[in-house]
Structures are given as structure tokens and as C-alpha cells.
Ligand binder design. Sequence first.
Ligand code: ZN
Length: 374
Amino acid sequence: MRQHALVIALGAALCAPPGADAYEIGFPYHGPVIDMHVDIAGSSPSGTRWNAAFSEAARRWSSDADVRIDVVNRYSDPCAGVVPLTVNDPLNGVALRDDLCGFAFDDDTLAVTLRMFQLYSEVTMVEADIVFNDSVAWDVYDGPLRSGRPDFRRVATHELGHVLGLEHEDDSPALMNSAISGIYAPNDDDRNGVSALYGALAAGDGNIELMIEEPAQGSAVAGVGNIRGWALGDSNILSVELYIDGRFIADIPHGGTRNDVRDAFPVRPGSAEAGYSMAFAWSLLAPGVHQLRIRAIDFEGRAAEATGSFTVEAFGTGFIGDPEQVSVNGGVEKLDARTIRLNGVRADGLLYDVKLQWQPASQKFEIVEIVPAD
Ligand SMILES: [Zn+2]
């Protein structure tokens, strides 16, 4: 936060503005409880201890309850892990310093929040440190600004807004305005931003949304095809398991790009990579009806299941390795607008009639029936 002008926290350049005149949000912290390590000795001129002022700043956000900032009364160097960037220091530190981790503060800068983000299945904040400019004549008070005496507590509250993932909002009055003002606590606009970042997570009931798209319920399958769909939880999805006829078959690879799911569930973690998919040789199964069960498990250990059935159509033999062993000997017959039949298909020496039908899920004509030819 600055006396007047804009300050950009490290790593804060990415913004996702939800509207022209509302809060601005970036990416959320990776968990619902954020520990800030603070131990600043002494008291302000008005008598409030710096540590107490910082704790109160944390409480002013935590009443929101979707996310909580806990203050740990222990010093952790805010510059550790920031300069150099290669040092791993996951602790969130806070300090009053003459410099910004080796760089000079601008004259106007009151404090800076340094944030580190990481991309797993989505971008989350993995560390946030706050450096207050120690050359400022700090005090602690609510209400209108006092000339030459910036209020440490409201600046701390503003910086903790960055820790939560809020960006600067300069179109309407807010604590997250880039310049310090008479606003000394989060207002509705600030809180709406926090809700946008964490609200859906906390409001979630832990349910996992799970869809099977292929094979379509009740469909006929043959040869080698896809098992695919998407899974989405309030927490990230750990695994997607495939069962056929009650027997565990495999973990289905997941994390596939699904922009349509992201658009439908924009604030749920991993929604842009909610897809699961694997190829499966249906011909390994006996011809006839089979039960499909998909089980998704999230990182909290919660599970959800989706079930369906499908019918395997197959030639009398298993995998036909030699293409010469397949030939169409009869005519092609149109059965309806989306279905044709190949009559007299010879496969491994036997004759079949094979029905092909347009499949919306796979966007192609597929075998839906194989019967021995008369
Ligand atoms: Zn700021």
C-alpha cells in the first residue's frame, strides 16, 4: 500500500476483473487457514502493541469465516524464500524493514506483500510475506487519516487482503484501494471479493460432481473405444477409478482440459482440468450387457460414484490382428437417417451383419450391433 500511488505486489500482475466497478481478485491461498508469523516488538505512539494491531487486522478479515488468517506469534523472515527465489520457505513472515528485501522502498510505499504462486491443477498462492516500511512514522488508530501518521493496522489489513488474493480496486471505495484512505476495515466490496475467492469452496457440501460421457448410458460398444467424462470436487480430485461388473480395472488418467466445465464451475478448484479419459478395448469383455462404475476420490478422501451400463458387440473372435481377415461382401443398407448396415462382413472366416450408427458423444459412426449373418 502506498501513501498515494499504485503499488504492485510481486507476482500480483495477474488479475481476473469480474466487473468494472467491483473488487478485483487474483488467485486464492492454497488452504482455508493462513498462518502469518509476526513478532514486532514494542507499541505505537498511541499505545497499541504492533503485534496486537496486526492480530486485530487479521480478525477483521476472519469474521468472514470462509477463510481464516491465524497469527502465529513468532518471527519469520519475510524475505526468506523471496530473495533468492530458489530458497524454499513456505512460512508467511511479517516484518518492519528499512528495505524491501535488499531493494529500496519508494518514498510513497508503506508496505508490500510478496506473493508466490504455484500451478498444480490450478493456480494457488503458496506463500505470502509482508514487509512494512520501517522509515514510516506509524501509529495505530481507526477513523480519518492523521497527517504524517499512517495507521499501521489499516495498512496491515490492506496487505492481508493481498494475502487472501485480492488485488487493488480503484473504481469504488474499498480498503483494497491502492492508496491509503479513511477506510480502515474491509467493506462490502472487499468482502464480496473474498467470497468470490473462497465462498463457493466453503459453501460447498463436499459433493463431487461426476459425469460419464462415454460410453453413453445404454449404448452399444465394440472394438477399442473411450471411457471419458469429468469429475469436480470442492477439493481437488485425487483419483478416478474404473470398475466394470464390480471389478476394479484401472485408475483413469485425469486432469484433461475442459474449458466447458470451467465455464460452468468457475470457482471450483481444478474445473479447467476436470476431464478424465482412457482408451479401452471393449473386445476384451464378453459380448452382452455390462455394468460400468466410475469412482472419483478427492484430496479430502471424499468419494462419489456414477454408474451406467453398456452392451459389448463383438465378432466371435477376439482382437483381429490381420486386416486381411476383414472384408465386406454384401451391400450397404440404409436403415434410418443415422444408421447403416454392412451386410455379410467376413471376420476371421465368419459372416456377420454389422450396424453402424452416429454417436453424438464420440462424434462418429460406431458399431452398435454385430449379428451372425444368415
Ligand atoms: Zn496494496
